[in-house]
Design a protein. Structure first.
Lengths: 173, 501
């Protein structure tokens, strides 16, 4: 904060500068979301007489969101705030990939030219574990493999045998 | 009075059923197990464990969930005391003195005082919930759509006031949550809203997906950024679990005051448990004869906030069970669980399903008792668990969440949606937006819209109905007052900043 104050003092006079980037871009993103909401609910009927139509409330709240977002962004423009922290890539990427792998493998999917048969709970859990564990910088092969096997076994026991949830365990029945 | 006893007797006959005792025990156990893991707060624990209760009968499921909730909260305190990592806001203050006690070799005393304080608070607030349930339910009958709408506005404003950081950004999160809750079929006409023709969205976005994404996955992504080396686990062997006589004498006043403060603050909508523990700690420090001991291992500094947050956790069931309005994010998850079991939370639960209502209240007390019984001997187990390195812990949490989310609807799309909300949650923290108000608004959204629409229809489109009906006007006035109160310091600070320029 003190840093921001210093630069603006040095700059002198009026100059366009984002002082609180966290708020400014955060607010802009909310306005963006509000625009998407207004656009996607635009074809829904609105008020008829005293009654709300299906589109009334979404447009009402999207308008409100746009207004609040604009205020947040304006605050970021006018007042000093800390810079945006850098985003980590490794952690989020592997975690996301692990989750998506689970979603893709458990039931299989077909998207255009790629398709995958359902692989069942055991391969999906194992794969999700082994992929997401790469998100850590402290990765070690042997302990990871052991932990993956243990966790997969634990999940099978808990969800399939104790909770009796219907899961396909393997690619074959 | 005799009615109260009869009701409690009914409750205990339900809760004391071997199955239900088992569910309660199991819930408290797994709740603590997950809650102990560093970086996983109460909301994340309840969200993660929600799916495992789906296969149970409704009463058992809710009893187990309540057990999970208390367990998670107690587990969080254990982590705060032993590792100095607060699982979430409620245990932040427990860290201050609890961890200092642990470093002085008094971890056992801190843990047991925290359990005893929680148990005492639990006993008192259980009776309070039972006593207030009936009168509050009759108040609920006076409520029309306009009053319900205003009450929910008040609840959301509470969440805004209590959120840390900017009031405006908390409001932004509330509105975002409300908007997201409108995705899916319209309540009256069934028209698809904001679904982008995705079939899976026509039922709306599942709240478990939102909660697990924002609290589970986002939390993990964020924790991965931090170095895991800085953990400060108490290495010394924990001995002497039982507090000394002097400890008990020192903390008894703090426990009693914490319980009272917590019970009152818990009833208020908007996240009472957090304020309760902060308020209890500050209060103890202020009235203490030697406040300089606080922060250096004062046992009152553990006893008061722990009693307060447990009392608040208990009494926060009151608005949920009597008015059907969840006062915080955990209760919002409970609403979701009830809905999945076909129970509409609200005043009618008490009259139509007395065994559920009173069974749950009785199980609150049982749950607290179990915490004392299972946690004191199991402290050693939790310590071992805390030594499992995070690099192995987080993939386990991820696969557990994936299976949990998938099992709700057998839908891989839900897992993908949760993953997306994980990224959203990560982005939100980078921009200092708090996810808790969003989740609360997300759950209240459909209720709010329904009541808003009904109120407007009854009033023939007259917006002033919210200000002319006395109860509704009163609720809105309180909300406005709170909002101004919360916004004032911010505006003044900003003005000061401007003046400095």
């Amino acid at each position: 904060m003190s840093e921001g104050a210093k630069t603006s003092a040095n700059g002198g006079g009026f100059r366009f500068k984002v002082r609180g980037p966290r708020d400014f871009y955060g607010g802009l993103a909310l306005i963006g979301l509000a625009i998407v909401a207004i656009w996607s609910s635009g074809d829904l009927p609105g008020m008829h007489g005293f009654a709300f139509g299906p589109g009334t409330a979404p447009r009402l709240f999207a308008g409100l969101l746009a207004a609040v977002g604009a205020l947040v962004a304006l605050g970021g423009l006018l007042f000093d705030g800390p810079p945006i922290e850098s985003y980590a890539v490794r952690g989020p990427a592997w975690v996301l990939l692990g989750i998506l792998a689970f979603a893709a493998m458990i039931r299989g999917f077909s998207l255009g030219f790629i398709s995958l048969p359902p692989l069942g709970l055991i391969p999906s859990t194992f794969a999700a574990f082994m992929i997401s564990i790469f998100g850590s910088t402290e990765f070690r092969w042997v302990e990871s493999l052991i932990a993956a096997v243990v966790m997969t076994a634990f999940c099978v026991v808990l969800f399939v045998y104790l909770l009796q949830l219907p899961f396909q365990l393997w690619p074959w029945y | 009075m005799s009615e109260l006893l009869a009701n409690l007797a009914l409750g205990f006959s339900v809760a004391a059923h071997p199955y239900n005792i088992g569910f309660c025990l199991l819930g408290a156990l797994v709740g603590t197990l997950v809650g102990v893991l560093p970086g996983i707060g109460t909301v994340a624990t309840v969200a993660m464990l929600l799916p495992i209760t789906f296969g149970l009968p409704p009463v058992g499921a809710l009893i187990m969930l309540a057990g999970i909730y208390y367990g998670a909260q107690y587990g969080g305190s254990t982590t705060s005391i032993l590792v100095n990592i607060p699982g979430e806001a409620t245990s932040v203050v427990t860290c201050l003195d609890g961890h200092q006690m642990a470093r002085q070799g008094r971890a056992g005393a801190a843990l047991s005082i925290s359990a005893i304080g929680s148990f005492f608070a639990g006993c008192v607030s259980t009776v309070l919930v039972a006593a207030l349930g009936v009168p509050l339910t009759s108040i609920a009958l006076l409520f029309g759509p306009a009053e319900y709408f205003s009450l929910m506005v008040l609840g959301l404003i509470f969440a805004v006031v209590l959120a840390k950081g900017s009031v405006l950004k908390a409001i932004a999160m509330i509105v975002t949550g409300l908007l997201l809750s409108m995705v899916g079929s319209d309540l009256e006409t069934g028209a698809g809203r904001m679904t982008f023709d995705v079939a899976e969205l026509s039922d709306g976005i599942g709240f478990t997906n939102v909660a697990m994404g924002l609290f589970g996955f986002a939390e993990i992504i964020r924790n991965l950024e931090m170095s895991q080396e800085s953990r400060d686990i108490v290495k010394a062997k924990i001995k002497g679990l039982m507090p000394t006589r002097q400890d008990l004498i020192d903390s008894s006043g703090a426990i009693a005051r914490g319980t009272i403060l917590g019970s009152i603050l818990g009833i208020l909508p908007g996240g009472g448990a957090v304020v309760a523990s902060f308020a209890a700690y500050t209060f103890e420090k202020r009235i203490s004869k030697n406040p300089e001991r606080f922060g250096r291992g004062a046992i009152q500094g553990v006893a008061a906030p722990e009693s307060a947050n447990n009392a608040a956790a208990q009494t926060s069931f009151i608005p949920l069970l009597t008015l059907g309005i969840p006062p915080n994010a955990v209760m919002a998850l409970m609403v979701g669980a009830m809905t999945i079991h076909g129970i509409v939370p609200g005043p009618q639960v008490m009259t139509k399903q007395p065994e559920l209502f009173w069974g749950m209240i009785a199980s609150m007390w049982l749950g607290n008792l179990m915490l004392v019984i299972i946690n004191l001997p199991l402290v050693g187990v939790w310590v071992t668990l805390l030594r499992v390195p995070y690099r192995l812990l987080y993939p386990s949490i991820i696969v557990f969440c994936c299976i949990g989310i998938y099992s709700i609807n057998n839908s891989p799309t839900d897992v993908v949606i949760a993953a997306m909300f994980g990224l959203v949650g990560y982005w939100l923290t980078k921009h200092e937006f708090e996810p808790a108000p969003l989740v609360l608004a997300f759950v209240l959204g459909p209720l709010m819209e329904e009541n808003l629409r009904r109120a407007m229809l009854i009033a023939r489109g007259d917006v002033t109905v919210f200000a002319t009906r006395p109860i509704s006007a009163g609720l809105l006035a309180v909300a406005l007052f709170l909002l101004v109160l919360a916004a004032l310091p911010m505006i003044r600070k900003r003005r000061d900043e401007v003046f400095v320029e």
